[in-house]
Every structure is written in structure tokens, then in C-alpha cells.
Design a protein around this ligand. Sequence first.
Ligand code: ARG
Length: 417
Amino acid sequence: MTRVALAFSGGLDTTVCVPLLEEEYGYDEVIGVTVDVGQPESEFDEAEETAEALDLDHYVVDAKAEFADLCLEGVRANATYQGYPLGTALARPVIAEAILEVATEQDCDGVAHGCTGKGNDQLRFEAVWRDSDLEVIAPVRELGLTREWEQEYAAEKGLPVEGGSGGDWSIDTNLWSRSVEGDDLEDPNYVPSTEIYDWTDEPTGESEEIEITFENGYPVAIDGQQYEPVELIEYLNELAGSYGVGRTDVMEDRMLGLKVRENYEHPAATTLLNAHETLEGLVLTQEEREFKQQIDQQWAKKGYEGLVDAPLVDALEGFIAETQKRVTGTVTIRFEGGKARPVARDSEYAAYSAEHASFDTETVGKIAQEDATGVAKYHGFQRRLANGVLEDEDEDESEPVELATDGGNVDDGETGN
Ligand code: ARG
């Protein structure tokens, strides 16, 4: 008796996979697994109803907490890919792991997904599954199925499909983002109707401020009230969404090289990412901030690829953890006009001195304005050399350039000082 676990949503693709896994792949039994990463209730109802109609053994696994934790690692890494905070991408390894666990518990011989051969999700799922020795099956890709073929096949077989819930768009929703693609949105020059949005309202003239508390780069409280990650994200999606925060419309470069137009909503992600980067601006040194951008970009790339357990990510997170030791404090965000704008920040670790930076004080400690004169004389020195400007100041052009210095000896720059 052979058994296969199918990543199941109750949509057209995964529904046609059920009979196909028996007919085309010779499995005796198919079980469906739906993993909860914060989809709306209606999606579970759809999965449940379809599974029942198919007489499919159906498992629902709650992985919200684990997924929320990963999203907050993304916050510490300021993670976005081409403006997209990676909701779908980060959810895939979590879903794949959960399915693999059920498959192992239920003695399955294979695991299957309903992804097409054009998207990123096939790669993300399989990266996890190919760590196991279960057979990995992608019926839609392997059998070259099209939507029309699936619709005909479903009608012929009397499969319970209503052609999808969200109109003609393809929608993927979880805690961190809601993405809408396909149909009329495939024309990059088409202005989307507001109907594509579900989490965000049209911005009004209203505004509101909240204070977010971070501990070691993790958001832990809003307006002084502590929240667990799942609740914190849900709360902010609701609140920031009501101010129209977190809409993006991007031409996304997929892993296979295709460019696809994607529309996203991610109010909580936008709010938390803005707030986090703002706090880093207060506590990190210039060189930490600059270097961290490269680290963050690599983290986001691995996140996009669904490879968050790659050794590189562990190494990047080592650096990130070191910097986040001081990312503790508060940021005030003002929701206004569809934006989550940071308007204040505070931390006991601020790498900042109001006294030194102020325009109002003349000398503070040992530093006076005129101390900058020497620095100003050297600033752009090589540029002057290269542009031939310094030669003009020189009497005898064959002699090396001499600078008026008070003590410090500057040569032609070739000593590397
Ligand atoms: N392009 C995004 C990604 O690869 C999201 C795709 C979501 N799928 C959808 N049917 N809208 O992460």
C-alpha cells in the first residue's frame, strides 16, 4: 500500500492532483495537508469542504507561531526583495517542513505539490523535500497541465471545483503578506482596480501614532502592551491596513528569470520594517549600517529562494545578532496618507550625542568647531591631485606637492595612509 502527502488548498490545481496521483503516479492513497500560516478562515473552509467531497483524508497543521518567528527574523534583517517583504517566500519552507512531518508520521512514500513550472514555489517546496528520501512529485509541472485542461478534467470527473474563490486573480495570503497576480494584472501598464485590495483601505486624511518597542531587534510591544509575534502582526495588519499602509506593485524577477507583475499588501511588515530600520539608524554606527545593508540583502535573497536554513544564512544571522544587541528601544510611527512614517525614536544605546551634534553649542568636551579645519583641508585631497588642481598652487611644477600642515606629514598618498 503506497501513500502520498499532497500540499492541499482545495483550489483547482491541488484538487485535480488528487485523482492524478492515483491514476498517473500509481499511488494507492492520497492524503491532503493544509498548513496554517495565517490564511483567512474561508480558505480552510474551502479546503475542508473540497477534501470532504473528494473523500480525502485531510490534515490541518498550525504553523503560525513558527512562521511569525521567521517573519520577525526578516525584520531584524530589514528583509525585502525588490520591495516585497517576502510573505509567500518565507512561508514556503515552513509549510514544506510541516507537510514533511505529516508525511513521515503517516508513513508516506511521496510528497506532492500543485505548483506550476513557472513560479518560485516549486523550488522552495522541493528544496525542503529533497532533503528526505521521499519521492517528490509535481503533477501540474510534470504533466504539463494548463488551467483549461484542469477545468475540463475536473468537469469530466465531477470534481468539486468552483473555479477559485478570489475572482480570476491568483491570490496567496498569509500573516506577512497578501499577493495578487494574474489576469488583467499581467499587463504591467494596466492600472489595478481597488478591488484587488483586501487588507488595505484607501488612505483618508486621518492619522494616528503608535509607539513600537523593540528588544534586540524584535518588536515586542505596541503602546506599552506586550504581544506575541502572531498577535502583534495581526494587530498591525488591521491597524496599519485601515490607513492604507503597505501596498506595493512590483515587476518581480523570479528565480527562473521570468519577470512577473505582482501586487502586494503588507501593512504590518511595512510598519515593522520602517520602525526597525529607524531604530538601527539611532543605535548603529555608520560603518555597521553600511555593512549591514550587504548582509541584509543576502539574507533577503536566501529568503526569496526559500533557503533560510542555508549555512550562509546562519553566518549572516551571526552578524545580525551581534548588531541587534543594541537595537532595543522605541519608535513612534505615524500612519498617514497610506504611509507608516517614523516620527520619533529612543534608545538607551543611542550612538548619538545631542550636545555634540547641536548647532547651539560652541565647544563641547574637547571638541570645538575649528578642530574640523584640518579635516576640511584634507577632504577631497586625492580628487584635487587627480584633477590637477594642486599643480596650479605650486611654484615649481617638477617638485612634489607640498601641503601646509601643522605637524602631520602628508606625502603623495602612495604610502596608503
Ligand atoms: N511572486 C511571489 C513569490 O514568489 C508571490 C507569489 C504568490 N502567489 C500567488 N498566487 N499570488 O514569493
